[in-house]
Design a protein around this ligand. Structure first.
Ligand code: SAM
Ligand code: SF4
Length: 484
């Protein structure tokens, strides 16, 4: 299956299957090594950091070489069938390591573990332990159980778990950008989507713990945080406030923090800490959020607003709870309130019963918005979802593919158009490191999340901001030089 992935950090194709490393805490070292590999969205990569923290507390050291590991974990994604296939193929590759070291513990974590539960143990004999996304605190016990010769499963979902108190460790970090999870789960029940089943009910994390984590990251030299949730606009936290006036003593009221408030709280940590977030939901993104983005220079002018389809009937079948007009209204609001805002999206082609005419409305939506980036997918039926139960997956593979190819070509045009429009402008860029192609160039991102390449020079280094005059572009990269 062909998914076009245009660079964005929330689902970074180049990081799929990456092994994560953490420096050893020698004082607690139990002499055992953990190898952890992650797939899917940024939330999974962030969860692998939580897993590594929990196991570091039990004395595990991480390794990037699975052949010397005592425990191999693979943090999985279920979103499309090909994501699951990739994990199964990868598991086969661990067979030799297990034959060489029969004491090796092989574990499957994340969405696929939650979806398949103990069936995983029957289907993949290599696997010793299956752990869902809300059960990571139980990992040390589960490993003990495997050590004593049993298989172990914990796929309990929780209504409370946010891992808010787990002190964050950053794996494979450049020390500049970090993901911060602000909520877990999803209550939306889009008919195509497996996430509500694999990640459970939506719950928000205490804002004070989020701000403390971001402040700590800033103090350690980080300069960009991306606040993560499946639907950040429905972030909500209620806290009790005790009355301070004499007549109000003993009175307790409730104060609510919404996503706009949280953005401001994080934005106020320091003007040099950039704040990004993902993912916004068209039904929930409010003007209040847009005004907060516009008010603070360090809250980046970039919104990922998945449309999925440009046709109202298909949106209804998808249970997205908005229609074409509503989505256009939200786009118009973004353009009005944040004049220079990049917008990216997700699109699914060939959803159940989608006609050519309906597909054309997705194309015309792309013409209307002229997205900066897009993730584009062919519909993949997922067992257990509302769509799998209610509708036939009746669009032939060739038609899905043809529609995908068409929108991929369209998006290439618009990505190039958006990039070209930046030529001659000066972009404020946070330097992330050397460019992938040459250590004579640095790379970093603009406020609008475009990748910018420019020559390495005296007087600036990774983690610092520079102004770059854009001279030319490709479809995915701006190229320029540093100016005062
Ligand atoms: N919560 C986010 C939202 O609502 O936009 C994104 C969640 S999902 C991890 C990322 C994207 O995967 C979705 O926006 C959708 O385009 C795509 N996706 C989800 N389920 C899919 C399926 N069954 N087939 C194809 N694409 C799918
Ligand atoms: Fe899936 Fe919809 Fe929730 Fe996104 S909002 S995670 S697409 S159910």
């Amino acid at each position: 299956m062909m998914d076009l992935l245009i660079p964005d950090k929330t689902h970074d194709e180049s990081r799929q299957g990456e092994a994560l490393m953490l420096k050893a805490e020698t004082a607690k070292n139990n002499g055992r090594k953990l190898y952890i590999e992650s797939y899917g969205c940024a939330m999974n990569f962030s969860d692998s950091e939580i897993v590594a923290s929990i196991l570091a507390e039990s004395g595990f050291e991480t390794t990037s070489d699975y052949s010397i590991a005592d425990v191999i974990f693979i943090n999985t994604c279920s979103i499309r069938e090909n994501a699951e296939q990739r994990v199964r193929n990868r598991l086969r590759e661990f067979t030799v390591a297990k034959v060489k070291n029969p004491g090796l513990v092989v574990g499957v974590l994340g969405c696929m573990a939650e979806r398949l539960k103990s069936k995983f143990l029957e289907e993949e004999k290599l696997v010793d332990v299956v752990v869902g996304p809300d059960a990571y605190r139980d990992l040390p016990n589960l490993i003990d159980q495997v050590d004593s010769g049993q298989k172990a499963v914990n796929v309990l979902l929780s209504r409370e778990e946010t891992y808010a108190d787990i002190s964050p460790v950053r794996l494979n970090s450049n020390g500049i950008n970090a993901f911060v999870s602000i909520m877990r789960g999803c209550d939306n029940m889009c008919s195509f989507c497996v996430v509500p089943f694999t990640r459970g009910r939506e719950r928000s994390r205490d804002p004070q713990s989020i701000v403390a984590e971001c402040q700590d990251l800033f103090d350690k030299g980080y300069r960009e945080v991306t606040l993560l949730g499946q639907n950040v606009d429905s972030y909500k936290w209620k806290s009790k406030v005790e009355g301070s006036e004499p007549e109000a003593i003993n009175s307790v009221s409730e104060a609510e923090t919404n996503f706009a408030n949280l953005l401001e709280m994080v934005g106020l940590i320091n003007p040099n800490l950039r704040v990004r977030f993902s993912t916004s939901h068209p039904k929930d993104i409010t003007d209040e959020v847009l005004y907060a983005i516009n008010k603070y220079d360090n809250i980046c002018n970039y919104i990922h607003l998945p449309v999925q389809s440009g046709n109202s009937r298909i949106l209804d079948l998808m249970n997205r709870t908005y229609d074409r007009e509503w989505y256009i209204n939200r786009i118009d609001a973004i353009r009005r309130i944040i004049p220079d805002c990049a917008i990216s999206t997700d699109v699914i082609t060939g959803f159940c019963s989608e006609t050519d005419e309906e597909h054309k409305e997705t194309v015309s939506m792309m013409d209307y918005v002229k997205y900066d980036f897009a993730y584009m997918f062919k519909y993949s039926e997922r067992p257990g979802t509302l769509a799998a139960k209610r509708y036939a997956d009746d669009i032939p593979e060739e038609v899905k593919q043809k529609r995908l190819t068409e929108i991929v070509a369209k998006q290439q045009e618009y990505s190039f158009y958006r990039m070209q429009a930046r030529i001659g402008r000066v972009e404020r860029v946070l330097i992330e490191g050397f460019s992938k192609k040459s250590d004579k160039d640095y790379c970093g991102r603009s406020d609008q999340n475009a990748m910018v390449i420019f020559p390495v020079g005296e007087g600036y280094k990774p983690g610092e901001y520079v102004n770059v005059l854009i001279e030319r572009s490709t479809t995915a990269t701006l190229i320029g030089k540093v100016v005062e």
